[in-house]
Design a protein around this ligand. Structure first.
Ligand SMILES: [Zn+2]
Length: 206
């Protein structure tokens, strides 16, 4: 799949204004710490409910949004563009909101793109150690940790890219993991992950 903007998220769905408006409204809501009902997205975007529902369906199919709905409740978006209300192995604190992400890359890439101050953590797939990830005004604090950039070949982003977009204690732990898998991709420094983040979430800056 082509990546004209250098963003695996943008490349996953149509780039029309309606889709982008729904993506931005959902992402901003999750960033603010809460799930967002489709009716609320309709209010925020000025789109009608059926248009929002159809757009959310496409985002879920592309693996760049997740939804939930309790019994008799309206469907809500609870994950958007890597950021999620659901618990995961990757955490990030943004403006006092304790959130989670779909992969380790998100913990660095999202605040890098938005120029935020954040603290977060992930777990090294090789040794299980907690790796603290701090971003200050969009610049990641280098700890020597090393990320893996998967060469995803189509499929929903949350399934094709996220599971192996990990961060390891160091290059040695990455190489140990790499030797035990048939993963295709490239090691990247934290600074390189931050730079990739600025392209990936460029559509979500204010
Ligand atoms: Zn490790």
């Amino acid at each position: 799949m082509p990546e004209p903007s250098g963003s695996i998220l943008d490349a996953a769905v149509d780039t029309d204004p309606v889709t982008l408006a729904v993506r931005r409204a959902a992402f901003r809501a999750i960033l603010g710490g809460d799930t967002v009902e489709e009716a609320r997205i309709a209010d925020l975007t000025g789109l009608d409910g059926a248009t929002v529902r159809s757009a959310v369906d496409r985002l879920v199919a592309a693996g760049i949004a997740t939804t939930n709905a309790g019994e008799g409740e309206q469907r809500s978006v609870d994950g958007s563009e890597g950021l999620t209300i659901r618990s995961s192995a990757h955490s990030i604190s943004i403006s006092g909101n304790d959130l989670h992400t779909w992969c380790a890359f998100d913990v660095v890439g999202i605040p890098a793109a938005l120029g935020l101050d954040t603290t977060g953590s992930t777990r090294c797939p090789t040794c299980g150690a907690t790796i603290e990830l701090t971003v200050l005004r969009g610049e990641v604090v280098d700890t020597g940790a090393v990320g893996w950039w998967p060469s995803a070949s189509g499929g929903p982003v949350i399934e094709a890219f996220c599971p192996s977009a990990s961060i390891f204690c160091n290059l040695s732990h990455l190489e140990t993991w790499r030797a035990s898998t048939n993963a295709v991709g490239t090691p990247r420094t934290l600074a390189e992950l931050a730079e990739a983040g600025r392209s990936t979430w460029a559509s979500f800056k204010d």
